[in-house]
Design a protein around this ligand. Structure first.
Ligand SMILES: Nc1ncnc2c1ncn2[C@@H]1O[C@H](COP(=O)(O)OP(=O)(O)OP(=O)(O)O)[C@@H](O)[C@H]1O
Length: 268
């Protein structure tokens, strides 16, 4: 059964610019989806319609049984938490702790539940030691985790991450991978926009490929990276491993480091 459903969805910004033309898809509860595609394809516009920040100009968006056109953004954001692409569009408190606390307090969680959720989210995002800091004194990559923590603390059924990998080093990527695992284990539905193809290969089974204001294909990473036409149309780069593998003339289905190591070991 679908938990998120887009039916013939079009979105036109107030200035008349059409960013999404005609999108149809369904996401089941507990699914973990990556959205990839060229800049300006309409990825952010699409996910903002899931938590009601934007309402479709045409068509229907149904989230957890709610037609988003009939509900306020406040009501929808209790179901779907959206982590903004740019943390500075989201952060407005002067300590990390206050920022994370804000969401659960708005949701009127009990004092002990707020404390529990803040501690849990801070631990998961590696922020425990910077709780008293002003977020604006922290690097952008850490500010991103502050925004992720503030959404995790709300314990929404749906978590939307917009470009979480941008500017992250290996520690940040590992933290993100752990967060995805933890959320999946808790049965959360996760939608992640990313340009990092290595991250896609290592963490997702289902990929939505967007281009030209539409959803081109719903597939898995292996199919994306073995479909040269799709790659070209959506202007996606293959993961580094896939590039090396094709230069070496190895089988094209190898997309991750682990698979490459396995293949070379067997071939020795
Ligand atoms: N508020 C707005 N008013 C008018 N046009 C907008 C607005 N916000 C975004 N757009 C335009 O809509 C198109 C789709 O933008 P969107 O942010 O959804 O794309 P995206 O696929 O997420 O791109 P990126 O990977 O660069 O973040 C772009 O051409 C963008 O310039």
């Amino acid at each position: 059964m679908s938990f998120i459903k887009f039916e013939n969805v079009k979105f036109v910004y107030p200035n008349g610019f059409s960013a999404v033309e005609d999108i149809n898809f369904e996401i089941g509860q507990g699914e973990n989806i990556a959205i990839v595609g060229q800049n300006g394809a309409g990825k952010t516009t699409t996910v903002k319609m899931i938590n009601g920040l934007l309402k479709p100009t045409k068509g229907k968006v149904i989230v957890a049984g709610m037609d988003t056109s009939d509900f306020t953004t406040a009501a929808l954001s209790r179901k779907a938490g959206y982590v903004f692409q740019n943390p500075d569009d989201q952060i407005f408190h002067n300590t990390v702790e206050k920022e994370i606390q804000f969401g659960p307090e708005v949701l009127k969680m009990s004092e002990s539940k707020v404390k529990e959720m803040v501690e849990y989210s801070a631990r998961l995002t590696g922020l425990t030691d910077v709780m008293e800091e002003n977020p604006y004194n922290l690097p952008l990559s850490v500010r991103k985790f502050v925004t992720i923590a503030s959404i995790l603390a709300m314990d929404t059924d749906i978590v939307i991450l917009d470009e979480p990998t941008a500017g992250q080093d290996i520690r940040g990527i590992r933290l993100l991978e752990n967060i995805l695992k933890e959320l999946t284990a808790k049965g959360k539905t996760i939608v992640t926009i990313t340009h990092d193809m290595e991250f896609v290969v290592n963490n997702f089974n289902k990929v939505f490929v967007m281009a030209h204001k539409n959803l081109l294909k719903i597939t898995n990473p292996k199919e994306v990276f073995s479909d040269d036409r799709l790659l070209e149309e959506s202007m996606l780069m293959k993961p580094y491993v896939s590039e090396i593998v094709s230069e070496l003339g190895f089988p094209g289905q190898i997309t991750s480091r682990a698979e490459l190591v396995e293949y070379v070991k067997k071939a020795k």
